[in-house]
Design a protein around this ligand. Structure first.
Ligand SMILES: N[C@@H](CCC(=O)N[C@@H](CS)C(=O)NCC(=O)O)C(=O)O
Length: 119
């Protein structure tokens, strides 16, 4: 009995996570710039958002600490990118990485063109 209930619960959970993962994948594909962020305590997120906002206001920003499904979305992003930390940035559907990757692109003089190419 317990095992049946547990399996049903697990099955639903897996399905929900798969649906969420698919939703996240769709967002990443459809948004020119996608940033998973945490607004309450993450200085790396602030720096990334500031850097991107110097180039465009069109970034799609998901504040994971501001939404109910935030931690499940963080799990989905981990499965998709092997990166659990925020910020987690995609440009034109391509996984860029975190703030250090954004700052490295900026320092190399490549961020501006990379962003403008997908807008
Ligand atoms: N090297 C990373 C550092 C990012 C980082 O450490 N982010 C922290 C928040 S400031 C994090 O994701 N901690 C785990 C969590 O919040 O779940 C980068 O450049 O983006």
């Amino acid at each position: 009995m317990f095992s049946t209930v547990f399996k049903r619960y697990l099955g639903r959970t897996t399905m929900a996570n798969q649906q969420l993962k698919t939703k996240v994948q769709e967002l990443i594909k459809s948004k020119p710039i996608f940033v998973a962020s945490k607004q309450t305590y993450c200085p790396y997120c602030s720096q990334t958002k500031n850097t991107i906002s110097e180039i465009t206001q069109k970034a799609y920003i998901l504040e994971l600490d501001d939404i109910d499904e935030g931690s499940e979305i963080q799990d989905a992003l981990y499965e998709l990118t092997n990166q659990r930390t925020v910020p987690n940035v995609f440009i034109g559907g391509e996984h860029i990485g975190g703030n250090s990757d954004i700052q490295a692109l900026k320092s190399a003089g490549k961020l501006d063109a990379k962003i403008k190419a997908v807008l």
